[in-house]
Design a protein around this ligand. Structure first.
Ligand code: ATP
Length: 249
């Protein structure tokens, strides 16, 4: 679905992305992981046609980014910044507006239902909880019925229930046939969600494989955790005590 070949991005003298290459297969959830400043957002924004690359070749669904940026724009779904959500409009009106911009006939209620926000159709974006805001933001990526969506840290700041709820939503989106590229700083999230992961460090890909293979490879190299892992962790305690249901309605 996406092929990135020897991508380089310089900001002035600073070499932020240093010749990375990877492919994202159709209908997989592909994770880009890496420390702050590794170059994840830069790479995503270049593929999204929002930022200019310095050099390299990128294809999305077989279209060359240099030759067909507008075709690519019509095939991808990108999360909008919170500032794009006009404060005077409710969720349904926002979807209608974005649908109009994409020249798409969208059933707003159906879309809101798919992200469990039906009851908030008449609410303004600013009136939503953090989890609801993220679900709405994911919904807006689907308005143009894209082949691939880009999610940049979609669960940052959410409570454990809301995170799990969003994970299920992302899996559901994949099961409908959409390819997903996601960045995250949560390793449990990447392990649960991603079919394959690229780990980027200082503008270079240092590993690319399935989560299982990456872990097996580390274990095969002789790595052992310094102490025995308990059968549960604090997050299990939290979920056990507070339940799995969402509280943000
Ligand atoms: N517009 C810009 N001008 C100059 N330098 C930039 C610009 N945007 C990003 N950078 C630099 O490029 C590097 C990569 O930034 P980028 O935002 O892609 O990292 P990231 O991996 O997404 O980080 P984070 O996890 O913090 O979101 C950083 O050192 C950053 O300071």
């Amino acid at each position: 679905m996406i092929s990135v070949n020897d991508l380089v991005k310089n900001y002035g003298n600073f070499n932020a992305v240093k010749g990375i290459s990877f492919e994202v297969y159709e209908n997989e959830i592909f994770g880009l992981l890496g420390p702050n400043g590794a170059g994840k957002s830069t790479t995503l924004e270049i593929i999204e046609t929002l930022r200019k690359k310095t050099s390299g070749k990128i294809e999305v669904a077989g279209y060359d980014l240099d030759k067909k940026p507008n075709t690519i724009k019509s095939l991808i779904g990108v999360q909008l910044q919170a500032s794009s959500y006009y404060p005077g409009l409710n969720l349904l009106q926002l979807i209608d507006l974005f649908g109009g911009l994409y020249n798409q006939d969208v059933d707003g209620m159906e879309l809101l239902r798919s992200v469990n926000l039906e009851e908030k159709a008449k609410a303004k974006f600013k009136e939503l909880s953090g989890g609801q805001k993220q679900r709405f933001s994911v919904a807006t990526t689907l308005i143009n019925k894209p082949k691939v969506i880009f999610l940049d840290e979609p669960t940052t700041g959410l409570d454990p229930q809301a995170r799990r709820n969003l994970w299920e939503l992302i899996k559901e989106i994949k099961s409908q046939g959409t390819t997903v590229i996601i960045t995250t700083h949560y390793m449990d999230e990447a392990e649960y969600l991603c079919d394959r992961i690229a780990i980027i460090d200082s503008g270079k890909i240092v590993a690319l494989d399935t989560p299982d293979n990456l872990i097996d490879h580390l274990v095969a190299s002789g790595f052992e955790r310094p102490r025995e892992v308990k059968k549960a962790n604090l997050e299990d305690v939290f979920i056990q005590l507070t339940g799995k249901t969402l509280r943000d309605d």
